[in-house]
Design a protein around this ligand. Structure first.
Ligand SMILES: Nc1ncnc2c1ncn2[C@@H]1O[C@H](COP(=O)(O)OP(=O)(O)O)[C@@H](O)[C@H]1O
Ligand SMILES: CC(C)(COP(=O)(O)O)[C@@H](O)C(=O)NCCC(=O)O
Ligand SMILES: [K+]
Length: 258
């Protein structure tokens, strides 16, 4: 079975893929200091608790935090006796090469989202990922990643208000009842929530205009459900998009090796 690991700047998600479906998914905070042994204690405890029987033979990793990869490699080697595939490394092939400026490093999560989006929905897509950052990944007709947009994440924007302004509290994001807030928290939520609705709408409209074609817009990431429930910004919401992309890339590399 395949253990797929998606490490974002905030959270790291582990999913076990039995070849047909994900039989378990767990999330932990991203911490580059966590050792291989700590990962194993955490994962094996959850597997036992949930009675998940899995013979893990393969591991694939996508990490936006380069420092965590070392310990995850040791984890795969020590506990599953396997050399993991690491997205973005030369030994991990992608079905279609990205078309970006020479020398640019694209976030592996964006490459994986591109592969997943193309596999599920075909070409001409905009994938909006509400993670630590809010990213827009543009997928060409043939499935290539051809660039995109990076905006501050939703929680990052709220945190920035709190840390820079003495009188603004820490606030969790939610959809405000009204646009005009009648207290500080409601004002902040309104600014960020409706600000992001506007940001997504404008950026998608401009991408479509620049590419002079219709494109489907897919949302994913920790905070995507919040926006999915409220406004007609997206054609599809895909909770496990990145995980799906990891299984596709793993399968592709397995076939190449045969
Ligand atoms: N279910 C949730 N409800 C509220 N906030 C969430 C939820 N899941 C994730 N978040 C928050 O959303 C942000 C993005 O999370 P995530 O998509 O896991 O980020 P990343 O992939 O960059 O690590 C983080 O600030 C995280 O705390
Ligand atoms: C843009 C990102 C910070 C998003 O990371 P995330 O929100 O998933 O943690 C990450 O994809 C990254 O570090 N990218 C490198 C630069 C690029 O993609 O062009
Ligand atoms: K992400």
């Amino acid at each position: 079975m395949l253990l797929a690991i998606d490490c974002g700047n905030t959270n790291t998600v582990f999913s076990i893929w039995d070849g047909t479906e994900f039989i378990a998914t767990w999330r932990t905070s991203t911490d580059w200091q966590r050792t291989a042994d700590q990962y194993y204690v955490w994962l094996s405890t959850l597997m036992r608790f949930r009675k998940v029987e899995a013979d893990i033979t393969d591991v694939i990793i996508s990490s936006t935090v380069p420092r965590v990869v070392f310990n995850l490699r040791v984890f795969a080697d020590r506990y599953f006796d396997t050399r993991p595939l690491v997205v973005g490394k030369p030994e991990c092939a992608l079905p279609v090469a990205p078309r970006v400026d020479a020398g640019t490093t694209v976030g592996p999560d964006r490459l994986v989202n591109t592969v997943a989006g193309f596999d599920l929905f075909g070409g001409d897509l905009i994938v909006v990922d509400f993670g630590t950052a809010t990213t827009f990944d543009v997928v060409d007709t043939d499935g290539a990643y051809i660039g995109g947009v990076i905006a501050p994440g939703v929680n990052l924007s709220l945190e920035a208000l709190h840390s820079a302004a003495a009188a603004l509290p820490h606030v969790d994001i939610s959809k405000p009842q009204r646009v005009v807030g009648t207290n500080t928290v409601a004002c902040m939520q309104s600014g960020v929530f409706w600000g992001y609705v506007g940001l997504v709408r404008e950026i998608c409209a401009r991408i479509k205009a620049e590419r002079a074609r219709e494109m489907r817009v897919i949302s994913t990431g920790g905070l995507a459900p919040l926006f999915q429930q409220s406004v007609d910004l997206f054609d599809e919401y895909q909770d496990d998009l990145t995980m799906h992309g990891l299984t596709v890339i793993h399968e592709y590399n397995k076939e190449l090796a045969e």
